[in-house]
Design a protein around this ligand. Sequence first.
Ligand code: SF4
Ligand code: SF4
Length: 444
Amino acid sequence: MILSRATFAQIMAKCGWHAHLKGEIMLELKSKDETREMDLDAGSWRNFVWTQPPEVDHPTYKVVGPIERVDARDYVFSRIVLEEGTEWYDEYYGRHPELREMDDKSRGRARIMGERLLEKSPINEQMAIATFSRAWIFGRPDYFKHMAPLKSMPTGMMLNPKKAVPNPRQMTRKIKALALFLGAGRVRIAKMDQRWVYSHAHAPAYGKPYDSETQYPYVICMAFPQSPYYLETHTGLGVNLEVGWKYSFASYVSFALADYIKRLGWHARPSPTTNTPYMVPPLFIDCGIGEDGRCGYTVTKEFGNNWRPGSVITDLPLTPDKPVDFGMQDFCDKCGICAEACPSGAIPAGSREEVRGYLKWHVNSDKCYGYWAAVGRTCGICQAVCPWSHANNAWHRSIREMAQRFPRLRKLLIKGEEIFYNQKQKPDPKWLSEEVDFEYLDNA
Ligand code: SF4
Ligand code: SF4
C-alpha cells in the first residue's frame, strides 16, 4: 500500500500528532513531548515505526591515548599485492623483514588455491574476478585524470562556467537524495578528521602521502548493502561475486557523485575501494553510518555489517551529521557470535584493547587473510552471521527496534538468534554453480 503524504499526515493527526508538510518533502510532527522531522521522499515515514538510530554528541568508540596515523602499506591486503623482485617489495620487506616469510607463504598459497579453483570451474570463477576488477581499475591514479575536465562535449554536458554556491542544508539533502538514487543504502556527511588519514599510500601510489588529497572539510560517506542471500554462502562463489560487485559499484557511484560536485565548480576526490585515503570505520562512525562492531566492521542498524563503503571528500558546502548510538557496544559485549563463527580465530572473543590510542576489538587481519589464502576466496562468514545483517524486512526491523530500545532483552534476542537461525554455510545458487560445457581453443 502506498500512502500519499497528505493521507499520512492525516493519520498521524488522528494519532495525536500535529503534522504538517514543510516544503515539498519534509513532514514535521509535533506532540506534547517531541518534534520529529521526516523526509518523506527518502521513504523514511517508516522511520516513525522503525526509528533511525538515535544521534549522540560523541561517537561510541573510546579514544584512550594519542591516535597514531596508520600507514596503508602495513595492511595485509596491501602487502600481498607486492611482487618479489620489484622495488616496492624490496622497500617494504627491507623495513619489515619479520613479515616476509609469512607473506610469501600467504601469497603462494592464495595463488595455488586460486589457480586450482580456476582450473576446476573457469567459466564460473571468472565471473567474480570480472566484477571485482572494476574496483581495481577505478583505484588507479590515472583514472582520476578523466574526472570532469571534458571540455569538448555537447553544451549540456559541459562544466558550469561559474561556481555554484548552494545553501549547505539544501545541498546536503540534494547530495543524499542523489546518493540514494545512485544505489547507496545509507548516506551521511562526516567532518574530515586528519587522524584517520593514512600516513602513506599503498600500491599503486606506493609510499605517497595522502595529505594534499584530503584537505577538504567534508566526506560524503555511503554504505552499499550486500545481499544476505549471497553472503550465506560464506566462502562460496556467491560471496565473491557479491563482494566484488559491491566494491566496484560503490567505487563507480563515488566517481559519479564526485563528478557531479566538480561540475558545480567544487573540489571532489572520490575514494574508490582500492584507493581510499583514510580508515573507513572511524570516519563512518563519526558521521553516524553505524557503530564499531566486534567483527571490526562498522555495524549499521539497517543492514548490520553486511555492506561496503563508498565516499567522496569535498569542499562543497554541506552540513555534517552526528554519530549514533543504538546500543551496539553493549550488544557486541553480550554477543560474540562472529568470534565463535570465525574459522581463523581472527575476531577476539574477549574485551576491547587499546589499538593505536583507540579502544576497540582488535581483529587480527593476518589470521583473517591466512584463511582467505587457504580457501582461495573471500570469506564473508562474520558478515553473514551477525544478527544485525538479516534482510531489512518488517520482522527484522522490529527485532532491531527491540534490541535498540530494551537493553535487557538483548541476551534473549541473541539466544533466539542462536536457536532459530541456521548459521551454516548455504550452497551457491544454482545459476551460479551450474557448469557450462566448454572447450579451449589454442588461440583463446
Ligand atoms: S572474514 Fe572470515 S576469516 Fe576474516 S574475520 Fe571474518 S569470519 Fe574471520
Ligand atoms: S556478530 Fe554479534 S558480536 Fe559480532 S559484530 Fe555482530 S552483534 Fe557484534
